[in-house]
Design a protein around this ligand. Sequence first.
Ligand code: IMP
Length: 199
Amino acid sequence: MKLLLATRNRDKVRELKAMLAGLPLELISAADMPGLPEVEEDAETLEGNAIKKARTLFELTGIPAMADDTGLEIDALDGAPGVYSSRYSGPDATYRDNVEKVLRELQNVPEAQRTARFRTVVAFVSETETKTVEGICHGRIAAEPRGSGTFGYDPIFEVTGTGKTMAEMTLEEKNRISHRGRAMAQFVEFIKHKTETGT
Ligand code: IMP
């Protein structure tokens, strides 16, 4: 079975290939197929974007495809930035701009009400099937950035039960408990079942 990974992000491709290693799959990434368009993430939900990306690439290539989409959902902001996480403070927002905007908006919100979660949705689209799985990591927004990691909202996302922000964790530690790690673990089970049953 062939599987097209609908991402050009080399770090994500490496991570996904490692997780899917050992399964009877031929993995191809969008980065290896020049000419594929950048799919616009304009759906209103993470599910919608993940399915749109996977479906577009499946329709263009005929190869069963998987795609993911992630959002940070902050309760005191009614679930924002959510599906807009990458461009929360504008179309050219840097990670730092986005982090500063979140901290500004939560300035007067007490610790107990700063609860949040990261949610990743992974979608699979083939000729006969559209399937999504999700992974969630619970936490809360810290009062200020902590840790040396600089990816996205990592420095202000304190993971429940650890006392650490994601930026204070090693990559291994983070992958074990992260939204993406959990979603991928479910996806691996789903694909494994398909390869075992030939469905
Ligand atoms: P994407 O759907 O994986 O591109 O993620 C959308 C946005 O969510 C990114 O631009 C980051 O700002 C944020 N994000 C996604 N995953 C993480 C993470 O593991 N840590 C911190 N921020 C993340």
